[in-house]
Design a protein around this ligand. Structure first.
Ligand code: HEC
Length: 134
């Protein structure tokens, strides 16, 4: 009897995880952003922000898509070093969004690269939700 309940719980968990593509790291981060005041997450805003150009830290017009592209199933390329950036989609790249510290580190660095400032918790929550749906 107990065993059946565990099997059912595991099945429910995997069903949920596979539709939302969330990871424990992204669940933890979204909870953190909510604790920092984010009440409504807007994936469409994240999508619009992804290609929004601003003057980056080194004086060039940049957006997230400058390095990551707009097709999340394909690899991107760093605009300067030309180093390949593995695909951002969790569907094709199982290593994506699995480490809370790594995600925060790159949000910080990349928002400065693209927009010459750090992103707000709201912007990060919108980006993350948009990215997980790709
Ligand atoms: C100058 C090039 C560049 C720009 C512009 C850029 N990124 Fe990145 N991004 C990278 C690199 C390089 C990595 C680290 C390598 C990797 O994870 O494959 C990375 C990694 C990330 C990660 C970590 C993903 C993970 O699996 O943990 C996130 C989140 C991210 N970027 C979001 C953004 C967002 C949001 C923007 C726009 C505000 C952006 N990036 C703009 C180059 C860039």
């Amino acid at each position: 009897m107990m065993k059946n309940i565990y099997v059912l719980m595991a099945a429910t968990f995997f069903a949920m995880a596979s539709t939302a593509m969330a990871t424990p790291a992204t669940d933890a981060l979204l909870a953190k952003y909510k604790s920092e005041g984010v009440s409504k997450i807007d994936a469409a805003k994240g999508k619009a922000d992804w290609t929004k150009e601003a003057m980056g830290e080194d004086g060039e017009k940049m957006s997230c898509s400058t390095c990551h592209g707009t097709d999340f199933s394909k690899a991107g390329k760093h605009h300067k070093t030309h180093k390949v950036i593995e695909p951002m989609s969790v569907r094709v790249n199982a290593e994506r969004f699995t480490d809370e510290k790594k995600i925060e580190k790159w949000f910080k660095r990349n928002c400065k690269d693209a927009w010459a400032r750090e992103c707000t918790s709201q912007e990060k929550a919108d980006f993350l939700t948009f990215m997980l749906a790709q």
